[in-house]
Design a protein around this ligand. Sequence first.
Ligand SMILES: O=C(O)[C@H](O)[C@@H](O)[C@H](O)[C@H](O)COP(=O)(O)O
Length: 237
Amino acid sequence: MHDLGLPEAVDTHFFDTPDDAAVALADAVARHLSERLLIAPRASLVVSGGSTPLPFFEALREKPLDWARIDVLLADERWVPEDDKDSNTRLVRENLLQGPASEARYLSLKQPGDTPAEGLAAVESALNDLHLPLDVLILGMGNDGHTASLFPDAPELDEALDTDSAAIVVPMTPASQPQKRITLTLRALNQAGFTALHLKGDDKLKTLQTACSDIGKVWDMPVRAFLKPGLQVYWSA
Ligand SMILES: O=C(O)[C@H](O)[C@@H](O)[C@H](O)[C@H](O)COP(=O)(O)O
């Protein structure tokens, strides 16, 4: 089952339970952030929203890191108020930025503005201090092969996948989603020091298998842009 046809040098870590995967991923992320902070004044941690990351956030937030030197931000955000049940910022503030991790600097993708396009300048300003390449990136994946808010049906996908573009964040309006989105671009997400794809359930494993079957067609399944050497896949049943 585990022969997914992933490219060489993609490390797969499979677990029986979501908690086991979350603890292992939190250990790996903490190790990488600690190592980074030995040689750099600050480190960046980009996380994803959705339902999968919750136990990972709970495990990571207790790690004895120098959180005041860590910039935490989302890979993408739904353009809803921070107190909305669908807000990823709310998810991160309530579940990751607690305990020791409450000392981290949070760079919010949700800024004033009725639409992501209206709020874009404020988001770009909020990310002004973000250094690329990112240090740690945790991505999820939908069963349509989206990751972050790089949705196959978003009219802005070309711009978001254009690694020659200077843009590091773009509004996204995928018809498949109830809310407008804003997402870091492939240029911003690419080449992170540590990139993990955090997945749960057999459906996601089947989707990953489909993604692996034709890695070249990134526009059909944007997660394919990340299926390359160095990627760490953390999956649990
Ligand atoms: O805002 C979001 O929804 C996420 O950033 C998105 O990319 C998520 O990672 C996948 O949709 C998987 O979501 P689940 O973990 O809920 O399956």
